[in-house]
Ligand binder design. Sequence first.
Ligand code: FES
Length: 297
Amino acid sequence: MSEATLTADISNHVGAVLVVGAGISGMQAALDLADGGYYVYLLDSEPAIGGLMSKLDKTFPTNDCAMCVMSPKLVDCGRHLNIELITYADVKGIKGEPGNYQVSILRKAKSVDEEKCTGCGECVTSCPSRYIVRAPTDEIRYAPALGEEDRDFLDRLLRQEPDIEGNLLSVLQDISTYYRYLPEHILEYVADSTGIPLARMISIATFYSAFSLEQKGEHTISVCAGTACHVKGSGPILSRLETILGVESGGTTADRKFTLQTVRCIGCCALAPAIRIDEETYGFVMLRGLEKILKEY
Ligand code: FES
């Protein structure tokens, strides 16, 4: 990690601006400002710009292809002479006054030589991280032993899938359904048995919100935070559930009964606000009905 302070030479510009967050709105703001003659620092905490929209297939409500909308903006931001991209970094502090701010940022280590990187993605597919020898620490973590049942399940699963690499997503789905999450020692076993790098499985597991590397509760409550549900009051519903269960979104109750999470549009906007518990969908949810719904479980 390294710290840096943003101090722009703005003699040839109207001024310098820092845009925090390089999602679709941040990119558009940066492009408008850059076109208006400002020198723009476009900062994002992720290693690449694009934000949440880059993970979507379609956009609500027009069903437009998300990448078709944002790709030209990605290219424009990357090429614009008035835009400097600062990725994998966070704002650490702001000093000064309107018109004369000094911003300190914390750059996280990318472990990549940005001058040489062409973005080919080869390093991801060839990542040898599963062979990394970790330095001994005081705390020794023992991976849970693979039981007879685990072995039977995994061997059967891997045997019946002729093209594991091509169907890795569905293999991970089967594992996730069986364990209700993706245990790391199970993924290691799959990696060792198939030769597929563990890093590839982890990258899939962390990309799709349907997967979790943490053990989930017996029941998963998904509160829809899509546009229709948001407008109809999904926010207070989430807050109420957090209070009842005593966990924040993304957490699991201490008795491992419920995991609470938010999701984007579960496909029944006409029933907004909607929640889903496991495979069961509840529409027109009201705050006063939440406890009754939970009692069913
Ligand atoms: S926004 Fe579509 S189901 Fe909630």
